[in-house]
Ligand binder design. Structure first.
Ligand code: COA
Length: 686
């Protein structure tokens, strides 16, 4: 057999065997790579003329992990733990040459080598926690032995990679080289062999417990933190438990224990959902009617019109990615307020240790605030982020369309207004697109990219690329009221209000949604958003419960009273006045109380969301069910370990859902909750 279909190349350079993994795009450890590596390692071990082995990768990166598409399938011989045990036991010195990213199984491979050398830009991590897993091929046993318990805990629980300088400092790698890494590694290995030293092996290092004491507190802190910040997720706790085992078990028993935990997670529902979301995010990047011929352009300068909460957040996202941005404000007072908000926000990140003083300064240098709208003329992307008023937006688009370059993206951050109408008002609708950021825009990763009727494909391509640059997760959607995220949220909120009017405690509804995994329930969400969003006193619609609250001066967290009362620390308390308003309104509308089980309450919040998702697909607003799941997991707090509403619905089964809809909503006048006609076809389609 060839070396596993050429996924791995073998060459002799001087006295070394150079083994090169070549499995684009990210050199994942697919079956062919494992097979090829096993054959090459065996050949190198058995060749007496070979005095050392170098493992490197071609293309843009070192091995970026196990092949996620193979997880859960029969592994094929050798599986990764077997391969790495073989590698670890080789007596000749082995060196890993790292570039790009050494992640998951890639880093685990490097940890089985005696030496690691890297380029300055390499990043190292064990991101399995993001897939609902722990490293399953020795990562949790070798990493703490090499870099210490605390550092290893930070890496496996966050899943975030570290850079080369940090890796060198903590001993994860032996050397950084700015020269040709292969030549540098040959030189390094030659020296080591000449010096006759014994070649370090992590497996042979003493247990970290002998080096560190008083670790109980550390483990408990990490567990507490994981239970709070990653409530409901199993993988962070399993990662901690597995690292803890390095203090309790000899190396080989630790490996066995790690494997047991890995397999338990791999067979569970959480990891399956999180793996699904990994690919869902990548699918969302693909626009079905986009072709290679479509030419995008690079955004080098941005202008944001309006420096309020949204505008400032958008500008900070750009500055974080190193993009110069000019905010256009309408008056001096707003300009100063905007500047202060941005400074305070960056300084807050500095206080929390997330940014250095130099990084804050650099970001502030990227942001300019101006009172002159003519300053948009230099920008490749202009984003309007003023308040939701159609006339105002039309006026702005009329102006900027005349001032802007020929090649430009004209974007609006509207979440409620008709994008097609805004686009037409500009006179150049082909350049207009919606960029719907979520608040706080510098933190939230979701970006709904809204395609209007006439938006040109080159504008879409430019925005999809920009999203990646500013580290957002883009999902392309078409125009409909509320776009995708808010439209689905609206039906859930509507249903929660309906149950409240039927006499179900709002605290109970909120609690059940939080137990399901949302960060907050429907009434806590309403209070946070503000009950007066879209409410105008003169136009009060007497048929909405929130209008009743606004009339009573209960606007939500902003004035410390909404569905709940809030103390000065924004802690919610039950409100007698709120209960009274709900009861009065129910009486006014002639709604009778009823009893509901916990399951019925959850169903009545969640099932309308799935149904609305199906309707959205039916109308062609998004290209795939998984796009809706990405929107919900990244913008609306749907727990990633439950995949998203469409994934959840598919697992529940269409027959069951349709029965529940017919059961719960038989008298629905406005047909909001009637099952969509092609429910089954869509739910089980792509
Ligand atoms: N297994 C299988 N496919 C993988 C993969 C993996 N471990 N990592 C990436 N890919 C695929 C992606 O699905 C994508 O495929 P597509 O082009 O068909 O959509 C392609 O490789 C490029 O990935 P993408 O994430 O778009 O590229 P990027 O340059 O933005 O990021 C990485 C590269 C490696 C940083 C990123 O892909 C990543 O974090 N991968 C996962 C790493 C991981 O979790 N490893 C542990 C696995 S247990």
């Amino acid at each position: 057999m060839s070396r596993a279909d050429k996924a791995v190349h073998y060459a002799i350079v001087k006295q070394f065997a150079v083994i090169t993994v070549d499995n684009p795009p990210v050199n994942a450890l697919s079956y062919s790579v494992r097979k090829g590596l096993a054959m090459s390692l065996e050949e190198a071990s058995e060749n007496d003329d070979v005095s050392g082995i170098i493992i490197t990768c071609s293309g843009r990166t070192f091995i970026a992990g196990a092949d996620i598409s193979e997880i859960g399938k029969p592994p094929g011989d050798p599986d990764l733990p077997e391969l790495l045990e073989y590698l670890d036991a080789i007596e000749k010195p082995v060196m890993a040459v790292l570039h790009g990213t050494a992640l998951g199984g890639g880093l685990e491979t490097a940890l089985c080598c005696n030496y690691r050398i890297s380029t300055p830009s390499t990043r190292f991590g064990l991101p399995e926690v993001h897939l609902g897993l722990i490293p399953g091929a020795g990562g949790t046993q070798r990493l703490p032995r090499l870099i210490g318990i605390e550092k290893a805990l930070a890496m496996v629980t966050s899943g975030n990679p570290i850079g080369a300088d940090e890796a060198l400092e903590c001993g994860l790698i032996d050397k950084i080289t700015a020269e040709d890494p292969l030549s540098a590694s040959i030189e390094y290995l030659e020296e080591k062999i000449k010096s006759n030293c014994s070649h370090p092996s992590i497996r042979l290092q003493e247990n970290p417990i002998t080096k560190y004491s008083g670790l109980d507190d550390t483990f408990n802190e990490y567990k507490k933190h994981a239970e709070k910040r990653k409530r409901g997720y199993l993988a962070p706790l399993y990662n901690i438990r597995s690292v803890e085992a390095t203090c309790e078990l000899p190396f080989l028993d630790g490996l066995k224990f790690e494997r047991e935990l890995f397999e338990e997670l791999m067979e569970g529902d959480q990891s399956k959902a999180q793996q699904y979301l990994f690919f869902a995010e990548r699918h969302a990047n693909k626009v079905p009617d986009m072709t290679r011929e479509v030419v995008d352009f690079e955004v080098q300068k941005v202008a944001v019109i309006g420096g309020g909460l949204m505008g400032a957040g958008i500008a900070m996202s750009m500055a974080n990615a190193g993009l110069p941005v000019t905010i256009i404000e309408s008056n001096q007072k707003s300009l100063i307020r905007c500047q202060k908000n941005i400074e305070a926000n960056f300084q807050g990140s500095q206080k929390k240790g997330r940014l250095s003083h130099a990084q804050v300064k650099q970001r502030l240098d990227y942001i300019d605030i101006s009172l002159n709208i003519n300053d948009v003329s230099e920008a490749d992307l202009i984003i309007e982020a003023v308040f939701e008023n159609m006339e105002l937006k039309k006026d702005i688009f009329g102006k900027i369309a005349k001032l802007a370059k020929d090649k430009v993206v004209l974007a609006t951050n509207t979440s409620a207004l008709d994008l097609n109408e805004i686009a037409e008002s500009s006179g150049r609708p082909q350049d207009v697109i919606g960029l719907h950021f979520f608040s706080p825009a510098n933190v939230m990763r979701l970006l709904e990219i809204v395609r209007a009727k006439k938006t040109d494909l080159s504008i879409i391509k430019t925005c999809m690329k920009l999203a990646k640059r500013i580290k957002k997760i883009p999902v392309l959607v078409s125009v409909c009221p509320g776009f995708v995220g808010n439209r689905i949220l609206f039906v859930r909120q509507q249903q929660a209000m309906r149950m409240a009017l039927q006499g179900i405690d709002i605290e109970r509804i909120d609690r059940l949604m939080v137990e399901f995994g949302f960060p907050m329930g429907p009434f806590q969400t309403a209070d946070l958003i503000g009950l007066d969003l879209g409410w105008e006193k003169a136009l009060t619609n007497k048929f909405l419960l929130v209008d009743k609250f606004c009339e009573a001066g209960r606007l939500g967290q902003k004035n410390a009273k909404g569905f709940y009362d809030y103390d000065k620390n924004r802690k919610a308390k039950t409100s007698a006045e709120s209960s009274k308003l709900i009861k009065e309104f129910a009486r006014l509308k002639g709604i009778n109380s009823r009893e509901l089980t916990d399951e019925e309450i959850l169903d009545q919040c969640l099932i309308p969301m799935i149904n609305e998702g199906v309707k959205i697909r039916e109308e062609g607003i998004v290209s795939r069910n998984s796009d809706i799941d990405v929107i919900y997991a990244h913008g609306f707090g749907w727990p990633a370990y439950r995949g998203g509403p469409m994934y959840y619905g598919r697992n529940l089964g269409s027959e069951k859902i349709i029965k529940k809809i017919q059961n719960y909503f038989p008298l629905d006048d406005d047909k909001t909750f009637l099952p969509s006609k092609s429910f089954e076809d869509i739910l089980y389609g792509n």
